[in-house]
Design a protein around this ligand. Structure first.
Ligand SMILES: C[S@@+](CC[C@H](N)C(=O)[O-])C[C@H]1O[C@@H](n2cnc3c(N)ncnc32)[C@H](O)[C@@H]1O
Length: 427
């Protein structure tokens, strides 16, 4: 189990960062690793499998590649799957499930191909032990992944179980929650150093702020969940316990405050509960309030990191009166973060109304230019015209995919608005 070929899928656009993360977690040399579209291939040990599951913030799952061979027919698909030593990974008394994906594959039915692999696995177990394992689609003990390209069939044993973005702490979420893996990718892309204040003024269920707080405290993202490898045959509970204890012992205190706020008080409550569950209830400071009114939460300029509302999934909301009634973490009324001079913002009546979204973003940039001088904003959005809408020129744009939605992360350096009354320098 010391020379396994692993594949770690991730969101498109995140591959290079995942590769860097893998090197850090497994302490390997760059030559052992290769990035492909949508993931990273790495040669590693069984111990690395556990470390990657526990510590990766960017991978969707950790798969062990068991075979990668050409196929031309259904018969090939069956025979290739029959040749893999499944009995090393699970017993016929355990249940399993097949997940199949394809790209440019000539097969007519993916369901049928999955059935062929399932039959091959069951037949192999029956020949070897006289017993066939059962298929269980909801809570299988083992998950087999099959990928069919135009020419090759690749078979993987999954070691993660539930996808890794499910960290175990976000039981409360809103209408458009960001996957934890994508929030982590945003933080990585921003180059946040853990020492600069970080603020998400549209924090929803708190994903970005909570991920950042866990990073700041060196809390392993997978510390609160279980993994598929715990049910597989190579699993040794004492090794896993030691790895988890090491991770726990390495936790530290955050050196910088992390802030989040949202116009919807229900979301702020969700975020608070999520932060408590994630072990960072004391690190993240969460408040209610309109992003168009919130003043910087601290004196030192930091980074604003957010995926703001956008038409298709969630509309911008808020107006002056709501925010002034915002409740703090401690349940009291909060006014220190509010800009009392801000113009009331009109509430949107129609979801995704383009004109009101335009107006929201224009007011947001005016607010930032007035009050957030010296801050850097990183905004994830599917709206490629956002810089124009905000009258900002981005200093960086990073392509990123939110599931099937192509997005950009724009970086804006916030400087003050030009003073219209200022005299031009004499020449
Ligand atoms: C796309 S969601 C952000 C999701 C969040 N990252 C999460 O993981 O849950 C946008 C959020 O912006 C909030 N929002 C809308 N208008 C706002 C405003 N004017 N001020 C502050 N938050 C606002 C919504 O309530 C929503 O929670």
């Amino acid at each position: 189990m010391n020379q396994l070929q692993l594949f770690l899928p991730c969101a498109a656009g995140v591959e290079e960062r995942l590769a860097e993360e893998c090197l850090l977690i497994t302490d390997q040399q760059p030559g052992t690793l290769k990035t492909t579209r949508g993931g990273v291939l790495v040669q590693a040990s069984w111990r690395d499998v556990m470390l990657l599951n526990l510590h990766s913030r960017l991978a969707q799952r950790v798969l062990v590649q068991l075979s990668n061979v050409e196929y031309r027919s259904d018969q090939d698909i069956y025979e290739n799957a029959s040749e893999v030593a499944w009995e090393i990974w699970f017993t016929p008394k355990q249940s399993f499930k097949i997940e199949i994906t394809a790209q440019h594959s000539p097969v007519k039915s993916l369901n049928y191909s999955a059935l062929l692999v399932k039959d091959a696995i069951c037949d192999r177990f029956r020949h070897k032990s006289g017993v066939r394992p059962n298929v269980e689609t909801r809570w299988p003990d083992a998950r087999v992944y099959v990928h069919l390209s135009a020419t090759h069939q690749t078979l993987y044993m999954d070691t993660s179980g539930e996808a890794l973005f499910k960290r175990g702490w976000r039981t409360d979420k809103g209408d458009a929650p960001l996957k934890e893996t994508l929030a982590a990718a945003m933080i990585a892309a921003s180059g946040w150093d853990g020492e600069t204040p970080l603020y998400d003024p549209c924090c929803g269920s708190g994903t970005i702020a909570i991920e950042a707080a866990q990073i700041a405290c060196n809390i392993a993202p997978g510390g609160q969940r279980q993994f598929g490898f715990e049910k597989l045959l190579p699993y040794q509970s004492h090794v896993w316990s030691a790895i988890k204890s090491e991770a726990k012992a390495a936790e530290s205190k955050a050196v910088v405050p992390i802030f989040g706020s949202d116009v919807a008080h229900r979301m702020v409550d969700f975020a608070m509960r999520n932060a408590e569950r994630a072990g960072v209830g004391d690190v993240v400071q969460l408040r209610g309030g309109d992003a168009l009114q919130r003043l910087p939460p601290c004196d030192k300029p930091g980074i604003l990191l957010l995926n703001p509302p956008y038409g298709e999934r969630i509309e911008a909301a808020g107006f002056a009166g709501t925010a002034s009634g915002a409740r703090t973490r401690r349940g009291g009324r909060e006014s220190a973060w509010l800009d009392p001079t801000a113009d009331p913002v009109q509430q949107n009546d129609s979801a995704g109304d383009a004109a009101s979204m335009d107006s929201f973003f224009r007011q947001l940039s005016t607010h930032w230019k007035t009050h957030y001088m010296g801050w850097t904003a990183w905004v994830l959005t599917p709206d490629l015209k956002l810089p124009g809408r905000m009258r900002f020129k981005e200093s960086r744009r990073v392509p990123m995919w939110n599931g099937p939605i192509e997005c950009r992360m724009f970086r804006f350096e916030i400087s003050a608005m030009p003073d219209k009354n200022a005299k031009l320098p004499e020449v």
